[in-house]
Write a protein that binds this ligand. Sequence first.
Ligand code: GL4
Length: 820
Amino acid sequence: MNQPPASPSVSVDDFTTDFISRLHNSRGVDLESASDNDLYSALAWTVRKHLIDRWLVTKRVQRENKAKTVAYLSAEYLLGAQLHNMLLASGLGTVARESMASLGLSFDWLAELEVEPGLGNGGLGRLAACFVDSLATLDIPATGYGIRYQHGIFRQTFVDGRQVEQPDNWLELGSPWEFPHPEASIVVHFGGHVEHTTDAEGNDLAAWKPAWNVLAVPYNYLVPGYGTQNVNSLRLWSARATQSFDLQIFNSGDYENAVRAQTYAENISQVLYPEDSTPQGKELRLQQQYFFVAASVQEMIGQVGTSLDELRTLPQRVVFQLNDTHPVIAIPEMMRLLVDVYGMEWDEAWGITRSVFNYTCHTLLPEALEVWSVDLLGRLLPRHLEIIYRINDDFVAEVRESHPGNELLVRRMSIIQEQPFRAVRMAHLATVGSTKVNGVAALHSELLKDKVLVDFSNLWPEKFTNVTNGVTPRRFVKIANPGLSSLIDEAIGTDWVKDLSQLSRLEPFADDAAFREQFRAVKAANKTRLVETLRKRDGIELADDAIFDVMVKRLHEYKRQMLKVLHVVTLYDKILRGELDPESMTPRVVIFGAKAAPGYLMAKEIIALINAVGATINADPRVKGALYVAFPANYNVTLAETLIPAADLSEQISLAGKEASGTGNMKFALNGALTIGTLDGANVEIRELVGDDNFFLFGLTEPEVATLQAKGYVPSAYYEANASLKNAIDLIASGAFSGGNRQTFEGIVSDLLWHDRFLVLADYQAYIEAQNVVESAYADQDAWAKSAILNVARSGFFSSDRSIRDYLDRIWHTPAVPVQ
Ligand code: GL4
């Protein structure tokens, strides 16, 4: 397999010597006395060393060039395990493996010791991780800014089938991948009040008198590009108290109070909020947002220089991308720095601010658009609230000028909402304060323009654009699916890893019987690998000669795991009724993976239902061998890397108009799974590209959904009219999956019959029919393999490298700076 050249070529012996000296000098142990963590850390350090020279050169070249930098501001980075990616970038995979073997150590075992940094919830955080990978690969000077959460996304366990959250203590044993720089800490202020004075020319001067502060301590992480010398940085901030404790109070014996301030300050980076697609309006969350954004903007400005002349060059030196509304407080922060701290005129500062910020919206759910009450914001960031008011005054004046007399429009567009409580609409602030606003898939960007932000797109049509999401082929094909990667390498060479559009050259191989045979062998081996993983990890025993039907993503009603459950229950019910012969069915293994936000009760009920249905079906001899439900706990990036390559069928069944894009859908297609899906998010583009013969489409379209809801949707009517739907729901209601207890899933059943916000019942029949088509298609294994190959060959568009090129062309205009 072709690897990019290793920096200096390293022999196995050199590597081993280095590893041993790491154990001695950094851990103070020898091979015999080393703990697991000693071994893993020494291995990580030995690998890391070969990227550091590149990193230092990259930083020097970028600094000397005064290169324009992309500053990606994101509250989440769902990085996944680091070791394999670092080995891929350094080209040391084989050397490391052989070196460990020469010491009698198993490389795979060591790699499995890594606890993945789960500093994100789902798609949004994983997208940020893919984007920094692609930026580095494309030689774009870029820094990812975020928060070094002490605890990432919770570890999910099941107790009696119900989700129980355990803290994710990923830093317990330290991380060998981070570089702390306490000497470069930045002070971030909160609270207090603002004093206004007037200067000689009668201008208002504002002075913020904060009440308390914390230190933002930067931790740097390497972000190596693939097949390039370029290594960018991820800079995550950790909160530390400015004074560690009050010695006087401590000496008086009141230990609790002595450390109270410290605990309070350090809480800011303690935990990732486990919410996805719902904002959590908590004070601590706003503190987190301002904390990382203030430190990042100040640091960036420090790099450019703080004289007025230097500040005027900001648009040539930096572009900030706001990953959803979480970092939007950066806009008033930039204004505060330019006007209050560095003395720039308001209008000039506003011109600069607007030209350096851009905003990506990642949702269509109105309830997911963040608002902050003016009470809270005024208490925590009083000067920022004043700045937001002034931005809004000027903006509202502009709207009034272009639409005289239209106060309804003014009220709709205002950055400040009055009802149900007075609050700052962060999406409006972002839109007003940015040069470009983008959605994350073609359909999403259209709906953003025509619905969610329609007033703004009428006012500023040129502001709106689309950048369809993408995923990194390094992690999600090259590393996750070595079998497929080798097959592709043999067929079309190795350039595809850096230029995924090359995959189109696989297309003729779909008609090559020998290739199809090899492709099927790769899929079979990936299934076996998954079976082994789930056996070891979860004690789940799967057959590998079934169709692997996979639905992995956050648990959310709009994503409709419930629809998948109804399909499973329908199959079970039909077998019990004798309408389906388990012997003649294609055996089906249905695999779920999903975490629910801890406070999202309906989502947690659905998890309990999936587990209950699984437990009943898996124990029932009447369906043995025909139907099996697996729900491994704690779905994360590491599990995704084994699960996705093993899938035959990818479930992308959200209600049309609700999933902004999806990115799992892309990973499945790239790994040769066929999609069953609605016309939602990026499914639309996937289907267009892979061809409708190679995609199982079903369900209402977005306009049909809108029409149905407008005329009044009555879910119970679908239940009454459809016998197999009625049977499935009745079976759940009867207590068949809850030991006869009819109460257990009553909440789910009555919600489906009387509310069903996401039209599960309306799409049920179409979904069942599409699954029947899947079943017959799968019977022809050779034809299925052909479709799967075409999915791979036609999915090159979904590389995050392409997404980044689109950002560069449409939004950032940042030149590449190759490092020699
Ligand atoms: C999300 C969207 O729900 C998802 O469709 C999209 O793919 C992702 C990245 O753009 O962003 N928005 C939120 S919030 N969480 C997501 O995963």
